[in-house]
Design a binder for this molecule. Structure first.
Ligand code: AMP
Length: 464
C-alpha cells in the first residue's frame, strides 16, 4: 500500500514524501479514503499509530477549497492537552506546507489577545483544548456554527481529565451538518455513548496499539558492515545470556541462510517463515516453546501471529523497513515486568529506517560496538575475499572464518588474516562451542577462551 492510492492531492503527497514517509500506517490507509468521502470515523487508535496524519492529511484536502471567515473557524480539533494540540499544529504545518491554510492554536498559557487576533483574521483549522475555547466563546470572540469538520482526539483522556461536559457543550454549539472524527485509545462505555451521540453512521477503525517499547526492554544498536552481520550476531549471541530469542530478518531467504549459518556454527536454531508448511511451522514452534531450540529465526509476517512472549532476547538481524515492526519485534521480550534485551544490527545504509524508528519510539536507541567484530580491519580486505563472501551463503560462511569472539587474537593476527583471507576458505569449524573457532583461515587454531581442555583443569599432581 502506498500513499498514492489513498486519494490525496499531489501537493499533500509531496509533503508526505518530504516528511520521509514511504508507506501509510494501518490507521492512515483505512481512515484517509473514508474521511475524504466525507464520512464520520470512530478510530480506536493511540499515539504512535500515525493517527494524527490519518485525520490531518484528508482535512488538508477537504479544507483546501473555500475560505475562512472572521471568527468562524472551518474546522475544529479538540484535544485534552496543550502538548497534543501543539503536536497536531506541527503536523498541520508539515503536511500542509504546500497549501495555504490558516491555523490557530487555542490553548492555555498563550496570550488570549494573540489568539483573538488570529481568530479575527479567520482560520481554516482551529486546534483547541476545551476550556480555552469555551472561554473565548463566552467572550463572543468565536462562532462555531461554521465548523464543517470536527475532530475529537484522545477522547478517553478527555474523559479521564473530566472534560466531557465541556466537550458536550462545545459540540452542542456546532452545526449538526458536519463531519465528525473521533479518536480514542480505548472504548469504555462512556466513550461509546459519546460516539453514538456525536457521530453519524461512523466507519469504525481499530488498529493495534503500537506497543510502546516496554520499559523493561534494554535496547541496543550496533552498526556493522553488511558482510559482518552474521559474525556480529554470533558475537552477541555468545556474549549475551541468551535463554531463548527470536531473530528477525526482513526477507525469507535470509531467514534460511541465517538459520543454516547459525546451526553450522553450533547454535541451536530453527527457521520460521511463510513458505513453510503448516505442520512444519507447528513443529518448529513447539520445539521452540518447549526449549528444545533456543533461537528462532523469523520474518515479521511469520513472527506476528505467534503467541511467543517473554523471551530473554530479540535480535533484529535487519533493521525493519517499517518502524512499527521494530516495536512489534522487541515487544516479544521484557513482557510483564520481566527484563528483556533487544539488539539490532544496522548497516550504514539503514540510516533512513533508523531515523523512522527513533522517531516512532521517541528516542535514540543506544549504540554499542560489537567488540569482537573488528569491522575496521575488514575495510581494506582484498577484493578476492569480498568476492568469496558474496557468493552463495553457505560458501560465504566458510570464508567467514576470522573469529568474532576473540578480539585479542583477531588483533594479533589481523594482518595475517587479511593476507590469508584471500586464500581458499578454511574448513568449517566442527566445534560445538563457537568460541573455539579458528582465528583465521590458516587452519584450526584452538583458542583457550572458555574452552579449557579437561586435562588442564585437573589438579597438578593428577595431571602429572
Ligand atoms: P502519531 O500516532 O500521529 O502520534 O504519530 C506517531 C509518529 O509516527 C509521529 O512521529 C509521526 O511523524 C510518525 N508517522 C506518522 N505517519 C507515518 C508514516 N506513514 N510513516 C512513518 N512515520 C509516520
Amino acid at each position: 500500500m502506498t500513499f498514492d492510492s489513498l486519494g490525496l492531492s499531489s501537493n499533500t503527497l509531496k509533503a508526505v514524501t518530504d516528511a520521509g514517509y514511504t508507506e501509510p500506517t494501518p490507521i492512515q490507509s483505512q481512515a484517509i479514503p473514508i474521511v475524504l468521502q466525507g464520512r464520520d470515523v470512530l478510530g480506536c487508535a493511540q499515539t504512535g499509530t500515525g493517527k494524527t496524519a490519518s485525520f490531518t492529511l484528508p482535512m488538508i484536502e477537504i479544507l483546501s477549497s473555500g475560505r475562512a471567515r472572521a471568527r468562524m473557524p472551518r474546522s475544529l480539533i479538540l484535544t485534552p492537552t496543550r502538548e497534543l494540540a501543539t503536536q497536531i499544529a506541527d503536523n498541520f504545518q508539515i503536511y500542509g506546507k504546500y497549501h495555504k491554510l490558516s491555523m490557530a492554536l487555542l490553548i492555555g498559557g498563550v496570550s488570549m489577545t494573540d489568539q483573538q487576533r488570529a481568530l479575527d483574521r479567520g482560520v481554516d483549522v482551529l486546534i483547541a483544548t476545551p476550556g480555552r475555547i469555551l472561554d473565548l466563546f463566552e467572550r463572543g470572540s468565536i462562532l462555531l456554527t461554521g465548523v464543517k469538520v470536527l475532530v475529537i482526539d484522545e477522547a478517553d483522556r478527555m474523559l479521564d481529565m473530566g472534560f466531557i461536559p465541556d466537550v458536550e457543550r462545545i459540540v452542542s454549539l456546532l452545526s449538526p451538518i458536519r463531519q465528525t472524527l473521533m479518536f480514542s485509545a480505548t472504548m469504555p462505555p462512556e466513550i461509546r455513548r459519546l460516539a453514538d451521540k456525536f457521530l453519524s453512521s461512523p466507519k469504525e477503525i481499530t488498529v493495534a496499539p503500537p506497543a510502546s517499547p516496554a520499559e523493561t526492554v534494554t535496547q541496543a544498536l550496533a552498526t556493522v558492515k553488511p558482510i559482518d552481520k552474521r559474525e556480529a550476531l554470533r558475537a552477541l549471541l555468545r556474549s549475551e545470556p541468551v535463554e531463548n530469542a527470536l531473530i528477525f530478518c526482513n526477507r525469507k531467504k535470509d531467514v534460511d541462510v541465517l538459520d543454516r549459518s547459525l546451526r553450522k556454527h553450533g547454535f541451536s536454531a530453527a527457521a520460521l517463515h511463510g513458505d513453510m508448511s503448516q505442520p512444519a511451522r507447528t513443529e518448529t514452534l513447539e520445539a521452540f516453546k518447549a526449549g528444545k531450540v533456543t533461537l528462532l529465526v523469523a520474518t515479521d509476517v511469520a513472527g506476528r501471529g505467534l503467541d511467543i512472549q517473554g523471551l530473554s532476547h530479540v535480535f533484529n538481524f535487519d533493521v525493519p523497513i517499517h518502524a512499527e515492526d521494530y516495536v512489534h519485534r522487541i515487544g516479544r521480550t521484557g513482557r510483564a515486568g520481566r527484563p528483556g534485551r533487544a539488539f539490532m544490527l544496522a548497516t550504514p545504509a539503514d540510516g533512513k529506517y533508523l531515523s523512522a524508528i527513533n522517531k516512532l519510539i521517541g528516542r535514540e536507541i543506544p549504540t554499542v560496538t560489537v567488540d569482537a567484530v573488528a569491522a575496521a580491519e575488514v575495510d581494506d580486505a582484498p577484493k578476492a575475499r569480498k568476492r568469496t563472501r558474496s557468493t552463495k551463503a553457505n560458501k560465504a560462511e566458510t570464508a567467514e572464518k576470522p573469529t568474532t569472539a576473540a578480539k585479542t587474537s583477531r588483533r594479533r593476527s589481523s594482518s595475517k588474516a587479511k593476507a590469508s583471507e584471500t586464500k581458499a576458505p578454511a574448513k568449517p569449524s566442527r566445534s560445538r562451542n563457537a568460541k573455539s573457532e579458528p582465528a583465521n583461515s590458516d587452519g584450526p587454531v584452538v583458542g583457550m577462551g572458555d574452552h579449557v581442555p579437561a586435562f588442564m583443569l585437573k589438579p597438578f599432581s593428577e595431571a602429572g
